[in-house]
Design a protein around this ligand. Structure first.
Ligand code: K7E
Ligand code: CUA
Length: 650
C-alpha cells in the first residue's frame, strides 16, 4: 500500500514537472558547445554507428546515425511502405500475407561468438506472431516467418542465441491450444497455455523455421535475454501475471509480491526433441516440461517485473522491477548450483516445473529508483537502467560487491541523468554482446512532453543521446522519430559493407530482361505478360496493350549498374507502385477490370528527363483490341518494343 502511494505520488510529481520542459538542461555555454560538437557530423562527414530502432506498431525499422541521431532510412518490414514500393510487388505482398501492420518491439543483430557478425537483423511482431529477417547486405526484409503456430502475442522476442542458432520467443498472451480451440476465459488457469518457441536459423542463409516449443503455464511472459559465457545455452524471461488472472489485470495480476521468471535450458530442449521426447501440435514438436525435466525452471523476482538482461560476462541476469524501486540481480553461478543440488521450493512447483528459492539465486536488489524497466551494460562492469517513473537513466555497479556495498546497495548506485520523458527502453552500443562498444547510450522516451516545436496533439517519440564514456553520464542531444521505438541495436558502421548495386550476374529472376530483344508483351489466352527494362530515362517497351478481363503480369528490370539509380513504376488509378533498385527485377500482377488508357511513369526522380520516363497501359474492351495492338510471341499476336533502348547516362 505504501509503495503504491509512493508510486502514485511520483507519477503526480512527474506530471507536474512536465511544465517548463522546453528549456535547455545545460545552460553553461562551454557545455553547450562541447555537447554540440560531440554530436556534430559536418556535411560530407559520416556517422560512426548505425542505430536500428524498432518502429513499434508502425511495423518499420528506422535507421539513424550516431552521433548525429539523423534519420537515414526506413526499412519497411510488417507494413506496406510506398516510398520503396514495399507491399506492392508480388514478392513483398506475399511476405506480408494477409496483414498490413505489425507491432515491432525488439530488434536483434545476428551474432557469432557473442559478437555482432553484421549479417542480419531480426525483429518480432507482437501483434501477428511473426519474426522477420532483414539482410544487412541490402537493408531489406527478406523473410517474414509466421504466424508462429501455438503462439499468441510474440512480444518476448526476438532474442538471439550467441551463435545465431535460434531466435527465442515467449508469448505475452495465452489462449486455449491448439489455436482455434475455444474455452471460457474464466477457466484461464486450467485451459490456457503460454509457449516458448525456438526459431531455428540456417547458419548460411539466415532462413528461419520453427524448431520446437516448450509449453508453459499461462503467465504473461515479458522481456527476455539469452545467456553467454558461463550462461551459454540458457535464456531468461520475466513474467507479470504469475497470478494467472484473466480480467482486470491492472489489479488482479499485481497481487503477489513476487512473480516468476522463466529459466530455459535451450540446449536441453534441442536435445530432448532430438531424443524424441516431444509431442507434436500443429506440426511443431512440443516439450511438456513436466514430463521432460531440466528444460524449464522458475525463479521468483520482485512483483510485475519488466526487463530481463544478461550482462556481457554472462554471469549476471538483471530483472527490472517496474512496480518495485529496485533491479533484482540474479547470479547465474548460484542458479546453476541450486539446480544441480535440486534446491527447489518445497512442494512449490507450478504444473510440474520446479521453482528455485529466491534467496539461493539472488545476489542483491539494487535500489535504482522508481519504475526500473530495462538494463544495459558497457562491458566495464557498469549497468544502466531506464526509469519509467523517475524519468532518468541510473548508472550502477554490477557485482562483485564489497561487504560494505552489500550492506547498503545504495553505495553501488553511481549516477543519474534526467530524461524527457518516461523512458522505456534504452540501448548501450553493443550491450548484448560480450564486448560492448560502450561510449553511447540512447534513451527511448515514451513521451516527448512538449520538447519540440508544436505539431498538434500527437507528438513524435523522443530519444536522447547520452555519452557514457566518463564516470558521469552526459546528456548530449535529442532526436525524434515516428511511433514508436521500443528497443534498438547499435552497430559500428565499419563492421559491414552493404551492396552498392545488385550485380547483373546475381539476378536470378527468370523474368529479368537486360536488352531490348528480350523485352516485349506476350498474350496467351487472357494471360498477358510484359517484360520491361528501365534505364535513364525510358521504359522498354513503353506501351502495353491488354483487354478488360485479362490477367496482366508486368516484370520490370532496372538494368542500371550505378549506385542509387533507382526507377519506379507507378500506374495511374491501378494502385500499382513498384521501385526497382539497380540490377533488380520486380513483378506485379493485376486483373484488368476497366477499359481506358492508364499512363505509367517512373516515380523516383532519376535524371533531367525523369518526367519523360513514362508509357501507356492500353486496356481495350474485351474482344475489341485496337488495330495497332500487337504482341511479340510466335503463334500469337506480337507487340514489339516501339523504340530502341537508351544507353545509361542518357
Ligand atoms: Cu519495454 Cu515491448 Cu521491450 Cu516497449 S517493451 S518499452
Ligand atoms: Cu526513372 Cu525517374
Amino acid at each position: 500500500m505504501k509503495a503504491k502511494s509512493t508510486i502514485a505520488l511520483a507519477i503526480l510529481i512527474g506530471v507536474v514537472s512536465f511544465v517548463g520542459c522546453g528549456k535547455s538542461s545545460s545552460t553553461n555555454k562551454g557545455d553547450r558547445t562541447a555537447n554540440a560538437l560531440a554530436s556534430y557530423v559536418a556535411p560530407g562527414e559520416k556517422d560512426e554507428y548505425y542505430l536500428f530502432y524498432s518502429g513499434g506498431h508502425s511495423g518499420q525499422v528506422f535507421v539513424a546515425g550516431i552521433p548525429s541521431m539523423r534519420h537515414i532510412v526506413t526499412i519497411p518490414v510488417f507494413a506496406p511502405y510506398p516510398g520503396t514500393g514495399y507491399g506492392f510487388d508480388e514478392e513483398s505482398k506475399k511476405m506480408l500475407g494477409d496483414f498490413t501492420w505489425g507491432d515491432m518491439h525488439h530488434p536483434a543483430l545476428s551474432q557469432t561468438d557473442s559478437k555482432y557478425d553484421g549479417r542480419w537483423l531480426f525483429v518480432n511482431d507482437n501483434a501477428n506472431n511473426r519474426i522477420a529477417r532483414i539482410d544487412l547486405r541490402d537493408f531489406k526484409t527478406h523473410q517474414i516467418l509466421g504466424p508462429i503456430p501455438n503462439s499468441i502475442g510474440n512480444h518476448g522476442s526476438s532474442f538471439i542465441t550467441e551463435n545465431s542458432e535460434y531466435i527465442l520467443c515467449a508469448t505475452r498472451f495465452s489462449v486455449p491450444l491448439p489455436k482455434g480451440r475455444v474455452a471460457d476465459p474464466k477457466d484461464y488457469e486450467k485451459e490456457f497455455n503460454g509457449m516458448v518457441s525456438g526459431i531455428k536459423v540456417d547458419p548460411q542463409t539466415g532462413e528461419m523455421k520453427v524448431g520446437w516449443q516448450i509449453l508453459t503455464p499461462p503467465f504473461d511472459w515479458d522481456l527476455g535475454s539469452t545467456g553467454k559465457g558461463p550462461s551459454s545455452g540458457w535464456a531468461f524471461w520475466t513474467s507479470y501475471n504469475t497470478e494467472m488472472a484473466h480480467d482486470v489485470l491492472e489489479v488482479n495480476s499485481s497481487q503477489k509480491d513476487r512473480d516468476l521468471c522463466a529459466v530455459v535450458n535451450w540446449r536441453a530442449a534441442e536435445q530432448a526433441v532430438a531424443e524424441g521426447k516431444a509431442e507434436t501440435m500443429d506440426g511443431v514438436p512440443i516439450i511438456d516440461p513436466a514430463k521432460v525435466p531440466g528444460v524449464l525452471y522458475f525463479v521468483p523476482v520482485g512483483k510485475s517485473p519488466h526487463g530481463m538482461d544478461v550482462d556481457p560476462s554472462g554471469k549476471w541476469v538483471v530483472a527490472g522491477g517496474k512496480l518495485q524501486p529496485a533491479t533484482t540481480v540474479i547470479s547465474f553461478e548460484k542458479l546453476k548450483e541450486a539446480i544441480a543440488k535440486k534446491d527447489f521450493v518445497h512442494g512449490g512447483d507450478v504444473r510440474g516445473v520446479p521453482v528455485l528459492e529466491y534467496n539461493d539465486v539472488v545476489e542483491g536488489e539494487v535500489p535504482v529508483g522508481l519504475g526500473p524497466l530495462h538494463t544495459q551494460f558497457d562491458g566495464k562492469g557498469f549497468a544502466y537502467t531506464s526509469m519509467f517513473i523517475d524519468s532518468n537513466i541510473t548508472k550502477w555497479k554490477l557485482p562483485p560487491w564489497s561487504d560494505e556495498e552489500k550492506k547498503d546497495l545504495n553505495k553501488v548506485v553511481l549516477d543519474k541523468v534526467p530524461c524527457h520523458f518516461s523512458t522505456g527502453h534504452l540501448v548501450v552500443a553493443g550491450s548484448d554482446t560480450k564486448n560492448p562498444y560502450g561510449k553511447w547510450l540512447v534513451a527511448m522516451n515514451k513521451l516527448s512532453a512538449g520538447r519540440h516545436i508544436n505539431v498538434g496533439p500527437v507528438q513524435p517519440e523522443s530519444s536522447q543521446l547520452i555519452d557514457i564514456s566518463g564516470d558521469k553520464m552526459k546528456m548530449i542531444a535529442e532526436a525524434y522519430t515516428e511511433p514508436e521505438p521500443h528497443f534498438a541495436q547499435i552497430l559500428k558502421v565499419s563492421e559491414i559493407q552493404p551492396a552498392e548495386v545488385y550485380p547483373k550476374a546475381e539476378n536470378k529472376d527468370p523474368n529479368a530482361v537486360w536488352d531490348k530483344e528480350n523485352t516485349g508483351v506476350t498474350r496467351n489466352g487472357n494471360q498477358v505478360v510484359a517484360k520491361l527494362t528501365a534505364i535513364r530515362s525510358r521504359f522498354t517497351p513503353d506501351r502495353i496493350d491488354a483487354q478488360v478481363g485479362d490477367d496482366l503480369t508486368v516484370h520490370v528490370t532496372n538494368i542500371e549498374q550505378t549506385r542509387d539509380m533507382i526507377h519506379g513504376f507507378g500506374v495511374i488509378e491501378q494502385n500499382i507502385n513498384m521501385t526497382m533498385d539497380p540490377g533488380e527485377t520486380k513483378t506485379f500482377h493485376i486483373k484488368l477490370t476497366k477499359a481506358g488508357v492508364f499512363p505509367f511513369y517512373c516515380t523516383n526522380f532519376c535524371s533531367a528527363l525523369h518526367q519523360e520516363m513514362q508509357g501507356y497501359l492500353v486496356v481495350s474492351n474485351t474482344g475489341q483490341p485496337l488495330p495497332g495492338a500487337v504482341y511479340s510471341q510466335p503463334g500469337n499476336e506480337t507487340q514489339p518494343a516501339s523504340q530502341p533502348a537508351a544507353s545509361p547516362g542518357n
